[in-house]
Design a protein around this ligand. Structure first.
Ligand code: GAR
Length: 204
């Protein structure tokens, strides 16, 4: 059977996309192939990473659509054009409706930069997550890869990895450590695991 066709949805720098591209090159990602990078932001650096790797790109900007329904309709059209089996949210900064997540049940995964259920849900994204962890004063944080359902950051957990907070951490320093020690390792492994399961027709 063909490899699982993956779409990576991005909005920004795309370092997690890069980790997936590298995983494809070094063989960590074997059962899936990145067929499409879909950006919610015209200026995302992730688009350059995709182009450099020879991966097709599409851009769908929420603000340029009449409403959420039109935004998602455009995304669905792109995903169907590429026969996508698995959607990976890698720093994608738009919330998806229950209609969208229900359509792709257990076929959307997200990476979140904390140990869910801490510092997650509406309003917790990017640097804000690390600011919240530092201001609470936790000693351990990390990253979570999970399935996406209608509850923001509420879907079934696939993998988690803890990262220690160190004296003198700023949100930026902590964000980098969580990416290096957790996100860039965990996400490719989870994408491979889910891709293999989809290919074999199994559930994770
Ligand atoms: C990553 O840290 C990712 O976990 C986070 O945004 C960053 C994107 O970086 N996602 C969220 O906060 C989602 N709630 P990247 O564009 O370099 O991969």
């Amino acid at each position: 059977m063909e490899k699982t066709k993956i779409a990576v949805l991005v909005s920004g720098g795309g370092t997690n996309l890069q980790a997936l591209i590298d995983a494809q090159t070094n063989g960590i990602l074997q059962n899936g192939e990145i067929a499409l990078v879909l950006s919610g932001n015209r200026n995302a650096y992730a688009l350059e990473r995709a182009a450099k790797a020879g991966i097709d790109t599409e851009i769908v900007v929420k603000k340029e659509c009449a409403d959420q329904a039109e935004f998602e309709q455009k995304m669905i059209a792109a995903l169907e054009m590429y026969n996508i089996d698995l959607i990976v949210l890698a720093g994608f900064m738009n919330i998806l409706s229950a209609d969208f997540t229900g359509r792709y049940s257990e076929r959307i995964i997200n990476v979140h930069p904390s140990l869910i259920p801490s510092f997650c849900g509406k309003g917790f994204y990017g640097l804000r997550v690390h600011e919240a962890a530092l201001s609470y004063g936790v000693k351990v944080t990390g990253a979570t890869v999970h399935f996406v359902n209608e509850i923001p950051d509420g879907g079934r957990i696939i993998a988690q990895k803890a990262v220690a907070i160190q004296k003198g951490d700023t949100p930026e320093i902590l964000q980098k450590r969580v990416m290096e020690e957790a996100e860039w390792i965990l996400l490719p492994q989870a994408v491979e695991e889910v891709s293999a399961a989809i290919r074999k027709g199994e559930t994770v």
